[in-house]
Design a protein around this ligand. Structure first.
Ligand SMILES: CC(C)(COP(=O)(O)OP(=O)(O)OC[C@H]1O[C@@H](n2cnc3c(N)ncnc32)[C@H](O)[C@@H]1OP(=O)(O)O)[C@@H](O)C(=O)NCCC(=O)NCCS
Length: 166
């Protein structure tokens, strides 16, 4: 089990965590929310791998990284930390779990898209070495531009659990 600080853990998630992941989505996104059926499909199919963070034995956040067959680019597809658990390094730890998995899958980089207005997330990605690749205008349903970031430096990921649940 991966450790975040003293009382948090990160572990791979499975379809049995669907209710928790769906609840974190609902609490974290007013827009861009993944429908539950999509989350379920992704958890079952296994092309997107998920990690769940718990803090003091409560669900605190989750991340999903998608891997496409024949592609060496991993994609940070979703990331959310519940409001009461922000600012404790859980977001960083979830991304690092994904980066470690991408590295082990022989991916050469990780990419993601983020709203230009999402300053907390952008700051976090830039601190982890993600570099701005391109701007995708009208990417989101409400017309907002997405910023595409890429990170290609491996992270050690000390303490991240290695087992693949899918
Ligand atoms: C973006 C998001 C995932 C960040 O999660 P988080 O757990 O708060 O992130 P972290 O704690 O790892 O890092 C954020 C801040 O906490 C600080 N921090 C990191 N470890 C810490 C610790 N042990 N103790 C206190 N603060 C810490 C970081 O320095 C950082 O501060 P900053 O304001 O200087 O950047 C979260 O804000 C979120 O869920 N937002 C809504 C959903 C969203 O926008 N997702 C991304 C879509 S692309």
């Amino acid at each position: 089990m991966g450790q975040v600080g003293t009382s948090s853990t990160i572990r791979p998630a499975t379809v049995s965590d669907l209710d928790i992941i769906d609840a974190i989505e609902a609490a974290s996104f007013a827009l861009d929310r993944f429908p539950r059926r999509n989350l379920r499909r992704m958890l079952i199919r296994g092309r997107t791998r998920f990690w769940l963070a718990r803090c003091k034995d409560e669900p605190a956040g989750y991340a999903g990284v998608s891997f496409r067959k024949g592609s060496r680019v991993a994609r940070l597809y979703t990331l959310a930390v519940l409001p009461g658990f922000k600012g404790q390094g859980i977001g960083v730890a979830l991304i690092e779990a994904g980066i470690v998995a991408a590295h082990r899958a022989d991916c050469r980089c990780m990419r993601l898209e983020v709203r230009g207005s999402n300053q907390p997330a952008r700051k976090l990605y830039e601190r982890l070495g993600f570099r701005l690749l391109s701007r995708l205008s009208s990417y989101y349903e409400d017309g907002e531009t997405a910023l595409r970031y890429e990170q290609s430096s491996p992270v050690t990921g000390d303490g991240v659990e290695e087992t693949d649940p899918l």
